[in-house]
Ligand binder design. Structure first.
Ligand code: NAP
Length: 249
């Protein structure tokens, strides 16, 4: 819902309806940003996030598009940007993602493509238009949510590991291209975080290999994202910060 707000600064969080994305929306709202909450299918969850955001006296708008579908991104996000030229998106958090695990031997082409499309094509489809506007405004913060899998590689996740590693490369390359325009590009790499995505993974089974002996929370990831998105991180770019309880790579 669009409320009378204190400012015109916007942050876009892809996959903001649930899990890590929802926690990021709340943290950025706490920082005074109006939030565009992207979701793919779960409107109820997106509306719930919007309610939480509005408790911080900023506005929240839910915006439905599949990041992997360029036509949808153009018809919704790009249109929103054209309709609201005075509302610059200063922060972009590329958080939407999913996994379709299988050993490579049994990896269906469909699951390979789906994971690459959401995580990698999704990055392109959303970042390209938002970043073009940041260049004009000569300010921006882009934070990409990658994964320990993209650093270390995980058995059963060749598709997901490849996709997240690609975004780590893109983070480092884009950071070098846009530093001059005062745009920073960083990534966070969570380990095991308690969300719908890790439902069914037994925390007990992994405790002994995680030095901090537990899974992380979405809020713990969101705190690092909020730092990277803030003016306090003005001299940090091209970095990948791990949030994994010490689970080594
Ligand atoms: P989650 O609880 O499953 O939530 C996924 C979010 O992404 C939802 O908001 C979902 O929207 C959205 N989404 C999925 N596909 C989308 C698409 N094609 N277009 C737009 N939105 C889409 O996942 P999470 O654990 O919070 O994960 C968030 C990010 O962290 C992902 O990039 C994931 O790879 C990364 N990560 C998670 C962990 C972990 O342990 N949880 C670890 C490392 C990295 P709907 O609600 O509409 O479905």
């Amino acid at each position: 819902m669009e409320l009378e707000t204190q400012n015109n600064k916007y942050a876009l969080v892809t996959g903001g309806s649930r899990g890590i994305g929802r926690a990021i929306c709340e943290k950025l709202a706490e920082m005074g940003y109006n939030i565009l909450v992207n979701y793919n299918s779960n409107e109820t969850a997106a509306l719930e996030t919007a309610k939480l955001v509005e408790q911080h006296n900023v506005s929240a708008e839910i915006i439905k598009f599949d990041v992997a579908n360029k036509e949808q991104v153009d018809a919704t996000l790009v249109k929103w940007m054209e309709d609201h030229p005075k509302k610059p998106i200063e922060i972009l958090v590329n958080n939407a993602g999913f996994r379709r695990d299988a050993l490579f031997m049994w990896m269906e082409e469909e699951n390979w493509d789906a994971v690459l499309n959401v995580n990698v094509a999704g990055f392109y489809n959303v970042t390209k238009p938002v970043f073009a506007k940041m260049l004009v405004n000569r300010y921006g913060r882009i934070v990409n949510v990658v994964s320990l899998s993209g650093i270390k590689g995980m058995a059963g996740q060749t598709n997901y590991s490849a996709a997240k590693a690609a975004i780590i490369g893109a983070t480092k390359a884009l950071a070098q291209e846009v530093g001059r325009a005062k745009i920073t590009v960083n990534a966070v790499a969570p380990g095991f975080i308690k969300t719908d995505m890790t439902e069914g993974i037994e925390e007990k089974q992994y405790r002994s290999v995680i030095p901090l002996r537990r899974f992380g929370t979405s809020e713990e990831v969101a705190d690092v994202v909020a730092f990277l998105a803030s003016p306090k991180a003005s001299y940090v770019t091209g970095e990948v910060i791990s949030i994994n309880g010490g689970l080594h790579t």
